[in-house]
Each structure stands twice: as structure tokens, then as C-alpha cells.
Write a protein that binds this ligand. Structure first.
Ligand SMILES: Nc1nc2c(ncn2[C@@H]2O[C@H](COP(=O)(O)OP(=O)(O)OP(=O)(O)O)[C@@H](O)[C@H]2O)c(=O)[nH]1
Ligand SMILES: [Mg+2]
Length: 260
């Protein structure tokens, strides 16, 4: 079980005994220095891409949303590109996305959101990273009722080692924490295991990831919420299938066209 207080406490929150009291925390605003690219309008459904300066006030008023979350540099913005057909800033160093990239359609009450990464970011002070993380938490919490899917993107090559390293130090690993946090705010997570091109034994790795998240292996049992993808090569079919299932469960078959 993951707690907001833990999440707000440190880079990888310490393990605390469960509490039934939902902690409160003051909202921290981030002064944005980077803005999203404005996309050209050449895709179906009249897409609109908003430059962002604030994680809350500039959120488009959309009733349904799919959110991409995860550590920095795992490939969220690359995946966003594949989902929307439009370019977003990506990079070899963590911390490229500092403000949410929203992508919506003028005629549709739906959007994809690519959130800034958390964890290590090159050239970013810890205080600022904490502020970004706090904003992410509040964004998810405040918009949970609109979020049909919280896609936790992981670097399939590195995730298990990072999780185990944090756990050995007695900390709650970020990915595990985010997975539980989404569940706590009522958003069932989907795990997109990215960079599969760098993984030798994919089944073994997916089983390990499931194990760390408390999903009893084999991973195939969780194919409605664990999706191996390679965003860089445009191989995101497993995730799109998970999203189609999720939309259907939410009686939103009208959104299937966005993931097919
Ligand atoms: N090998 C491989 N690299 C990938 C894949 N997807 C993304 N990358 C690379 O991973 C790096 C980070 O990608 P981004 O999309 O910027 O990652 P991000 O999660 O948005 O990063 P932040 O904005 O810093 O949180 C880039 O160099 C991408 O080209 C993939 O499927 N395989
Ligand atoms: Mg990004």
C-alpha cells in the first residue's frame, strides 16, 4: 500500500505502516521553463496540442484522459508521439519534460497527457524535483475521476535493478509507489514495459516486473494491465489493446478510434 505522505517525503519514500488518514500537503507550483511543442494539425479528429506553463490551471477541460507517468527517461514522450502521431521533445538525458504535454481533439472530450518524469533528472536540483513530484501527485489525485487509465511507463531493461536497489535500502521504489498510488486514488494502472528491444529474455523480465509490483507471475495472467512495448520502433500494440479493453470497461467505445 502506498501513501501520499511517503511519496511526498523523499526521492524514494520510506516504508511506513499503513494509515487510514489521508495526509494533506500544500500544493507546490513549478515555474515552468520548458513548454510543449505545438503540434501541426494534420491528424484526424482535429488534434490540439497545448503549451503548458502550469500543471493545474492550464489543463484542458476534458472529461476523459489517459495519463502517462513514470521515471525520467523511460520513454513517455516517445510513447506519446506514437499514440498521437505528433512529435514531443524527447532526449537521451532524464528530465526533458518539465510540464505536462496535453494532446486533445477539438471535437472529442478526450486527451492524452504526458507528465514530467520523476526520479533522477540531470541538472535539476533536488528541491525542484520534489516540487515536480508533488505536482504530479496532486495532478493525479485531483483529476482521478477523469483518468480512464494511468499508464506507468517503465524502462524494461533497467526497472528491476532500480527497484531492487531501492528496496535493499529500505525504500519504496518509485515505480512500485506510483503503481500503488494510482490504485489508491481509484485509477487502475496499466504498466507499459518499454524498451523491449534492449531485453534478451522478455518473458523472464516481465515476470520479474510483475513480481515486484505484487502481480503474481506469470505475466501473461496480467496481459490486460501489463504491456510490453517498444515505443522507439512504434511497437505499442500491446498497450493499445490494454487501453481498448479499459475504454470498453468504462463504456467508452467511442474512444476506441484513438487506440487502433
Ligand atoms: N532503446 C529504446 N530507447 C527508447 C525507446 N523509447 C524511448 N527511447 C529513448 O529513451 C530516451 C528517453 O525518451 P523520452 O521519451 O524523452 O523519455 P521520457 O520518459 O519522456 O523522459 P522525461 O521527459 O525526461 O521524463 C530517448 O533517447 C528515446 O529515444 C525504446 O523503445 N527503446
Ligand atoms: Mg518526456
Amino acid at each position: 500500500m502506498i501513501w501520499l505522505s511517503d511519496w511526498l517525503c523523499g526521492l524514494a519514500g520510506s516504508i511506513h505502516p499503513p494509515t487510514l488518514t489521508k495526509p494533506t500537503a500544500s500544493r507546490v507550483r513549478v515555474a515552468g521553463t520548458l513548454t510543449a511543442l505545438r503540434a501541426t494539425h494534420d491528424a484526424p479528429f482535429k488534434p490540439r496540442n497545448h503549451p503548458r506553463t502550469d500543471m493545474f490551471e492550464d489543463r484542458p477541460d476534458r472529461d476523459a484522459e489517459v495519463v502517462l507517468v513514470g521515471r525520467s527517461n523511460v520513454g513517455k514522450s516517445t510513447l506519446m508521439r506514437e499514440l498521437t502521431g505528433h512529435d514531443f521533445s524527447t532526449g537521451g538525458k532524464p528530465g526533458v519534460t518539465r510540464q505536462p504535454n496535453h494532446f486533445d481533439w477539438a471535437s472529442e472530450d478526450f486527451m492524452f497527457t504526458d507528465l514530467p518524469g520523476f526520479g533522477f533528472m540531470s541538472g535539476v536540483e533536488e528541491e525542484h524535483r520534489e516540487a515536480i513530484k508533488t505536482n504530479i501527485v496532486h495532478y493525479l489525485e485531483e483529476n482521478a475521476e477523469h483518468i480512464l487509465a494511468g499508464v506507468v511507463v517503465m524502462d524494461g531493461k533497467a526497472a528491476v535493478d532500480i527497484i531492487d536497489r531501492h528496496a535493499e535500502r529500505g525504500n519504496v521504489p518509485h515505480d512500485v509507489e506510483m503503481f500503488g498510488f494510482l490504485q489508491d486514488v481509484g485509477v487502475e494502472p496499466i504498466v507499459a514495459v518499454n524498451k523491449t528491444d534492449k531485453i534478451d529474455d522478455l518473458d523472464e523480465r516481465l515476470d520479474e516486473i510483475c513480481d515486484r509490483l505484487g502481480l503474481y507471475p506469470p505475466w501473461q495472467q496480467w496481459s490486460d494491465r501489463v504491456a510490453p512495448i517498444c515505443a522507439k520502433r512504434g511497437d505499442i500494440e500491446a498497450l493499445e489493446e490494454c487501453l481498448r479493453t479499459r475504454f470498453h470497461e468504462h463504456n467508452r467505445d467511442d474512444l476506441l478510434k484513438f487506440v487502433s
